[in-house]
Design a protein around this ligand. Structure first.
Ligand code: MEV
Length: 317
């Protein structure tokens, strides 16, 4: 193998429209790939033991060493499967996806790294193997992953997903805009997932289970809204989901402030997206001009970054 060879892999960010957290408990969910924020990985050969360059994790690893552990597990799993356990490589990861913001960065790192390693060694990689490899690292990063992040960061179309069942492509008919806003606060998906698990086994567990079931029902209603172009219905479902996620204690003040700001500015609905307790929120707008006004109001209310996502169209930062 020539020493100048380069392996390349990429992954999209993801946005969960409906069903975060409840998807862990086999309830329906809907998510879309988010190509406005991507991860790119390159792999080259070197003479020293493998080194990883991933600057965007700096500052996070003291609090979340599992992010690096999960990345190392991805690399080790791939090299073993590729029959190259002792390969000496330089693995460089460049990310536009802010880490731990509910945009699927840990799954995207694993997807892009796996693709780059398979590309480097000229091996075909099917979707089932990719998802199985990413699941190993997501278990380290997030404890009990549903598989939704792995699916969405490796896809290019929206999916309806129930853990353990085949994923179903959404026949997207909705024409509307999503505004995505980053609180700038690191969310901790692992902690949020664990806190819901603890609630479900508490004395009040049946009450929390009811909320999880309702979240699933709202996601399956959301599919109908997306497949029959009913933005007002989708907006209402999103806001209901935010209320339930707040009751499950995975929102926070910054997310609630941005959700209220978006609704006051005329959004059809708004909610946190992903693990919560920081990270990102999304708001639904009927048209581009409303979306721009909502994005401006969110930035004035403290959002660190906003993106516009045209359902059935392009994405702009
Ligand atoms: C995290 O992006 C989404 C959660 O539903 C966890 C999971 O699906 O594994 C909170």
């Amino acid at each position: 193998m020539g020493t100048n060879k380069i392996g390349k892999g990429y992954a999209n960010g993801k946005i969960i429209l409906l069903g975060e957290h409840s998807v862990v408990y086999h309830q329906p969910s809907i998510a879309i790939p988010f190509p406005a924020a991507q991860i790119n990985v390159t792999v080259t050969q070197q003479n020293e033991p493998t080194t990883i360059h991933c600057d965007f994790y700096h500052g996070l690893l003291d609090e979340m060493p599992e992010l690096l552990e999960s990345l190392k597990a991805t690399i080790q799993t791939c090299l073993e499967r590729l029959g190259q356990p002792d390969a000496c490589l330089t693995i460089t990861i460049e990310s536009q996806i802010p880490a731990e913001r509910g945009m699927g960065s840990s799954a995207a790192v694993a997807v892009a790294t796996t693709r780059a390693l398979y590309d480097f060694f000229d091996y075909d990689l099917n979707q089932a193997d990719l998802l199985a490899i990413v699941d190993i690292s997501e278990k380290i990063a997030h404890g009990n992953p549903s598989g939704l992040d792995a699916l969405m960061t490796s896809s290019s179309i929206p999916y309806y997903y129930i853990k353990g069942q085949p994923f179903e492509p959404i026949n997207l008919k909705l024409t509307a805009y999503l505004v995505v806003a980053d609180t700038g606060i690191t969310g901790q998906t692992r902690e949020a997932v664990q806190s819901i698990a603890a609630k479900l086994t508490s004395a009040d567990g049946a009450n929390y289970q009811e909320k999880i079931n309702t979240l699933g029902k709202l996601a399956s209603d959301g599919r109908k809204a997306l497949e029959s172009n009913k933005p007002i219905l989708l907006g209402k479902l999103m806001t209901k989901v935010h209320t339930l996620l707040t009751e499950l204690d995975v929102s926070n003040d910054a997310l609630n402030r941005l959700v209220t700001t978006a609704l006051n500015e005329g959004a059809l609905g708004a909610k946190l997206t992903g693990g919560g307790r920081g990270g990102c929120m999304i708001a639904l707008a009927s048209n581009q001009s409303d979306a721009l006004n909502i994005a401006a109001a969110l930035e004035a209310a403290g959002a660190k970054n906003t993106w516009l996502y045209q359902m059935n169209g392009d994405t702009h930062e």
